[in-house]
Ligand binder design. Structure first.
Ligand code: SAM
Length: 242
């Protein structure tokens, strides 16, 4: 039996069976987000990035292992760390390029401070297959697709697919682009292009949300243009490996 739930700008198809689905985040989730130890520049982005709502959409459970793909400065790594709790684990994938900067010390320091984070200095494809309950890819896919077209997009998505356990879920966020625009130069991708690539890679799309949409971004500026203050119009999918 299925129930189609609509709330606060998203829709989600829930499978109702013998197991009940509890999407509660840990009681101390917000305390960890507000902690003095969390960087001020991370907190400054919470209004636009909506960590509580986004983690709820992903349905993260305490104790899960979650891959943060191309984690960059670690905004999502810190959020996921709070969501999975001390018995969970974040594989914070920063890749080999992070080693060029003081041998990856920033990623190592973040991992040491959070306690449930392991920095990954390889590509996602080198993480053992089937090792994650969930993954997050935020603002990365446009580079893979715009750089090498469908071949690059599918290679990126194969890494994401393989690292998940069967039934594993992924949060997929990127900068919205307009069809026909120079999205390679603008560092964007149209929702429909991403959707087609996700489906082609074998994922099911289980939810789609407009909670990261903003009309203040008309898609004509580069996603990194300072005028946008990093608050771009973004699409969000929750996808599932069958
Ligand atoms: C736009 S940032 C997004 C960071 C993060 N996902 C977030 O949403 O906060 C993209 C990051 O991907 C990193 N990156 C690019 N190619 C990568 C690769 N092959 N492996 C790991 N990281 C990569 C870049 O260095 C950059 O920090």
């Amino acid at each position: 039996m299925h129930a189609f739930v609509k709330k606060a700008g998203f829709s989600l198809l829930l499978s109702l069976g013998a197991i009940s689905v509890a999407y509660a985040l840990p009681a101390d989730f917000m305390d960890k987000l507000e902690a003095d130890s969390r960087p001020a520049e991370d907190k400054a982005r919470d209004g636009a990035r909506r960590p509580y709502q986004v983690m709820e959409l992903l349905g993260v459970q305490e104790g899960w292992t979650v891959v943060d793909v191309a984690a960059g400065g670690g905004w999502f790594t810190r959020v996921i760390s709070a969501a999975v709790g001390p018995n969970g684990k974040v594989l914070s994938q920063v890749g080999a390029r992070a080693l060029q900067n003081n041998n990856g010390q920033a990623a190592r320091d973040m991992a040491a401070a959070l306690g449930n984070v392991e920095p990954i200095f390889t590509d996602v494809a080198e993480i053992p297959a089937g090792s994650a309950d969930a993954a997050v890819t935020a603002l990365n896919f446009h580079d893979a697709y715009n750089g090498r077209g469908e071949e690059g997009g599918q290679a990126f998505l194969k890494g994401l697919y393989d690292v998940l356990k069967p039934g594993g879920v992924a949060l997929f966020i990127d900068h919205e682009g307009d069809d026909g625009a120079d999205n390679r130069a603008l560092h964007r991708i149209p929702t429909e292009v991403a959707r087609a690539q996700i489906i082609k890679a074998g994922f099911q799309i289980v939810a789609e949300s407009d909670i990261l949409n903003t009309t203040a971004d008309d898609h004509t500026l580069s996603s990194s243009d300072p005028i946008l203050g990093r608050d771009t119009d973004q699409f969000l999918f929750i996808v599932r490996k069958p």
